[in-house]
Each structure stands twice: as C-alpha cells, then as structure tokens.
Design a binder for this molecule. Sequence first.
Ligand code: FES
Length: 149
Amino acid sequence: MSSASSHPAAGPDRRTVVAAVGAAGLAAALTACGAGDDASDTEAATTGAAPDGGGTALARTADIPEGGGRIFKDQGVVVTQPMAGTYKAFSAECPHQGCAVGSVARGLIVCPCHGSEFSVADGSVKKGPATKGLAPARITVSGDGIRLA
Ligand code: FES
C-alpha cells in the first residue's frame, strides 16, 4: 500500500547533454575505486545562479577548454568541450585496468598507467592498450553551470 514511486522529474528546460545510461555505472565505479572518505564540502562560490534541479554542481562552462576538457577527480568524471558550446562527460575510470585518466591534451584524454588515449568527442579509444572507450556520464548544462545529472 505504500508504493510511493516518487521519481524526481526532470526539469523541462534543462538541457541534457550526453544522453546515456551511465549514472548508475558511474556511481558503482566511484565506489569500487573510492580513495577513502573525503568530506568534500561543495560550497564553491558560484555566480549565484539558483540551482534549478537535481544533480551536483560540477563546473562552469568557462572552466572547460574548447577542444579539450577537464578531469574532476573527486567526482570521477571528465568533462569535455569537443566543439564550442557542446559539452560531454565520461567516466574518468580507464576501461583498461581501472586507473583514473590523468590529463587532457590535443583532443585526447590520456591514461597515465599504460598510455591509453580516448577521444574528447565521444570517449572512444584512440590508442590502446584499452579496447573499450570511456563510459559516458550524464551532465546537464544550464546557463553557464554544468551539473552532474
Ligand atoms: Fe589505463 Fe592501463 S589502466 S591504460
């Protein structure tokens, strides 16, 4: 009798950028590879824009270089801007052996462990030994704010 299926409704005017199934998998990956408990207090002084929905504030669009990206270690995601105004997000966990990817350069996300490289555009493998691309992650872009969905 108490089957309250309260599913958080997605705001109608939020733009979901990377439609993907990755949220649950990403959470699992974060748990699996968690590096201890860090009480991350998320009170970054942002521009004062009120949050318009769920999700964790991650960055501002200006933080993500065009043609490149930025790695958010605590959240375990990489956010990229393959072309102006287009934002993508991927799990920062390398599908080869699970290292965290370490840098973004020349349009590639690079894993420091064995040198695998992934495209900033779609996370696909550009250089092995990884054989699978980075898992997609979900973000929403609202105004100049980027949130983890
Ligand atoms: Fe990333 Fe091996 S774990 S290349």
